[in-house]
Structures are given as structure tokens and as C-alpha cells.
Write a protein that binds this ligand. Structure first.
Ligand SMILES: Cc1cc2nc3c(=O)[nH]c(=O)nc-3n(C[C@H](O)[C@H](O)[C@H](O)COP(=O)(O)OP(=O)(O)OC[C@H]3O[C@@H](n4cnc5c(N)ncnc54)[C@H](O)[C@@H]3O)c2cc1C
Length: 337
């Protein structure tokens, strides 16, 4: 790439789900992009997420709704156009709530949510809907190949500052570095939340996913993917490593068996007799106190026509909202042009 081409190419920092959806959205708008990715840092959260469409709300509900709608529309289109190779499919989720469930009527309408009755004790509410199941072991490599097919170049490089990237000749940067944004910004709101999952064969014939909101750090979920189940979850603030803990995984299995039993699934006790892959990563959460999804999508103009657009801090919901935040980024850069 010569210096004029570099000047016009937008540098996207990060090849997690935020970076890849951003690079693809920019390409769709006719913008050239280069993706820089850290080859040595901690594993991206995106490779570990199971993931279901789970719209946790940050403080800004107007943007949250727009992001949710855009992302759901994109994932629905992908499930139709690339049902196998994208790893995106629509499946049923049953949720059990130990405390009154507060959500948005528009979100329930979007997902076709209905109440389950009777609600098994000690839960106070239970719902069922159909939503995207995104198999990240398939989706992430697929997105990567789509981005490459769109002509985007990948560069392995641990970027240490925005000045370094401007120094390479780029005038615009999109910061999709997830937790890595801590190296690049002095954002005090960005904080890690460790999560562990266990993959097991679906030898019990489960056809729908399950989730609860059990109190005291006892949340359980069992997500159904084509060839396996993924069991979680843990939400440990402040921890950044990528290790799994045997005792924690045993506890996850016990909680998930309890969830299946609560649901009335007959073979609850056979869950996870055989075990597969164990995975862990830190989610890039952002916000004060108990707030975790104050995702930063913000334009930071610099001198001489340079600019940074931040797109990080997706917390527990990055796979869910990534197309929405990528669209916001592309809109900002289009207005900037
Ligand atoms: C156990 C678990 C379960 C989850 N379940 C769900 C779910 O069900 N639904 C859902 O929507 N979300 C879920 N999430 C959250 C989701 O995974 C994250 O919100 C999302 O992956 C964040 O994506 P990202 O691209 O911002 O960050 P990451 O995926 O962490 O990617 C960051 C990228 O930035 C690059 N990078 C970092 N620093 C630098 C640097 N200095 N220079 C160059 N590159 C750099 C890294 O190499 C990487 O490519 C889950 C996460 C975990 C861990």
C-alpha cells in the first residue's frame, strides 16, 4: 500500500467481533480499511463467548434500542443467507427469573417473547422466545474471511499509541481494542469481567437453550449449538487471565443440572457426563459501579483532519450489539468525511 492509499485507509484496531463488524460495515460503505490486531495480548473475548443474543442495557436507552434493532436485523439476514457457514441460527431460549423480570415491551415484541405458566418455584417469572444463537467458533473465522474477501488487509501489530498509527500514515482510526483500549486510552471506566464456559456433547437431546438469573453469583445457562452445548456462567469482576478453574467448572455443571431440573427436563442428571473444551476470557466491560455496558462509541477529532472513533466496552453483550455499534461508527466517519 503506498502512502496515499494508507492515508485514505481507516485503521481498525482489533479483530474481535467489534473490529470485524466495523471493518465489514466500512467496506460496505466503500471505505478502505486495515485491521491491526495484537498477536501476543490476552485472547479476545470474542473467541470465548458462546454466544446468545443477550441485549444487556447500558445507560443510553435510545442508542441501545437502535443498536439492538440493527444487530438483530443483520443476524436475521445472516441466519437466512448463510445458515451453516456463518454459525448464526435462530433457536428457542427459556429464561427463569428469581426476581421480577423488567424489560422493554419493544424488545419482547422484537423477540416474540411469551410467558411460561406455571412458573416453577422458587422463580417468579419465566419466558420463552426465539433469538440468534451465534456459534463463535464458526462465526468469528467466517467474519474474518468475509472481511478479507472485502479486500481488507490484516496486520499483526500491538499498537502502543494512536500517535503510532497516525505515524503510519492513517488519518482515521477506529479503536475496537476491547480491554486492550486500556493501553491506548486512560479510560477509568473500562474494567475486566472474567467468564468461564464448558463445552459438552449434546448427548441428552436438548433442543432449546436455558438461562436463569439466580442470585448470589449462581447464574446458569445452557446454550444449544449444532453439535454441542455450552455451559456457563461466571461473572468475576477485576480478573483478566484466560484460565479456567476445575472447581468453578464443576459448580457450573451442578448449577446447569439444577436449571434443567427446574425446567422439568427429564435427563437433567446426565448433562455433562462427557466434557469437552474449557474456555475463559475477560469481557471488556465499561461503566461506573454496577454498570457494565456503557459502551463507548464516540468521535474524538484530532488536528489536521485526523480523528479517532472509539468503539469498545461492549461488556456482556458485544456479539449482540456489534453490528449496531459498527453502523454508528460508519455513520460518524461518513459525516466526518
Ligand atoms: C464467557 C463469555 C460469555 C459471553 N457471552 C456473550 C453472549 O452470550 N452474548 C454476547 O453478546 N456477548 C457475550 N460475551 C461478551 C462478548 O464476548 C464481548 O462483549 C465481545 O466479544 C467484545 O468484543 P470486542 O471486539 O470489543 O473485544 P475482543 O473480542 O476482546 O477483541 C479485542 C481485539 O483488540 C485487539 N487488541 C487489543 N489491544 C490491541 C492493541 N494494543 N493493538 C492492536 N490490537 C489490539 C485484540 O488482539 C483483539 O483482536 C461473552 C463473553 C465471555 C467471555
Amino acid at each position: 500500500m503506498n502512502s496515499t492509499e494508507t492515508e485514505h485507509a481507516i485503521a481498525v484496531l482489533g479483530s474481535g467481533v467489534a473490529g470485524l463488524t466495523t471493518a465489514l460495515t466500512l467496506s460496505e460503505r466503500g471505505r478502505r480499511a486495515v485491521v491491526y490486531t495484537d498477536p501476543v495480548g490476552s485472547p479476545p473475548a470474542s473467541g470465548v463467548a458462546p454466544a446468545l443474543f443477550t441485549p444487556y442495557q447500558g445507560p443510553d436507552s435510545v442508542r441501545f434500542r437502535a443498536r439492538t434493532e440493527v444487530s438483530l436485523t443483520r443476524l436475521r439476514a445472516l441466519a437466512r443467507s448463510h445458515p451453516i457457514d456463518s454459525g448464526v441460527r435462530f433457536g428457542k431460549l427459556r429464561e427463569y427469573f428469581y426476581k421480577p423480570h423488567v424489560t422493554h415491551p419493544w424488545l419482547e415484541e422484537m423477540l416474540g417473547t411469551r410467558r411460561i405458566a406455571p412458573v416453577p418455584a422458587p422463580c417468579v417469572d419465566a419466558t420463552e422466545d426465539t433469538r440468534p444463537h451465534v456459534d463463535m467458533l464458526v462465526y468469528l473465522p467466517w467474519l474474518e474471511s468475509e472481511v478479507a474477501r472485502a479486500g481488507v488487509r490484516f496486520v499483526e501489530r500491538r499498537v502502543r499509541s494512536f500517535e503510532e498509527v497516525f505515524g503510519l500514515g492513517h488519518k482515521k482510526i477506529v479503536n475496537c481494542a476491547g480491554l486492550g483500549a486500556r493501553l491506548l486510552t486512560d479510560d477509568p471506566l473500562l474494567k475486566p469481567m472474567h467468564g468461564q464456559v464448558l463445552h459438552v456433547p449434546n448427548d441428552i437431546g436438548l433442543t432449546y437453550s436455558l438461562h436463569d438469573d439466580a442470585p448470589g453469583g449462581r447464574v446458569a445457562y445452557v446454550f444449544v449449538f449444532r453439535d454441542r452445548l455450552v455451559l456457563g456462567g461466571t461473572f468475576e469482576s477485576g480478573r483478566t487471565d484466560a484460565r479456567t478453574d476445575p472447581a468453578e467448572l464443576d459448580a457450573i455443571v451442578e448449577r446447569c443440572r439444577g436449571l434443567l431440573r427446574l425446567d422439568g427436563f427429564p435427563r437433567w442428571d446426565d448433562l455433562a457426563r462427557a466434557r469437552g473444551r474449557e474456555m475463559a476470557a475477560a469481557r471488556p466491560t465499561r461503566g461506573p459501579g454496577d454498570v457494565h455496558e456503557q459502551t463507548r462509541v464516540e468521535l474524538e477529532p484530532r488536528e489536521n483532519g485526523r480523528a479517532i472513533v472509539h468503539n469498545y466496552g461492549h461488556g456482556r453483550t458485544g456479539v449482540t450489539l456489534s453490528w449496531g455499534t459498527a453502523t454508528e461508527v460508519a455513520d460518524m466517519l461518513t459525516r466526518e468525511q
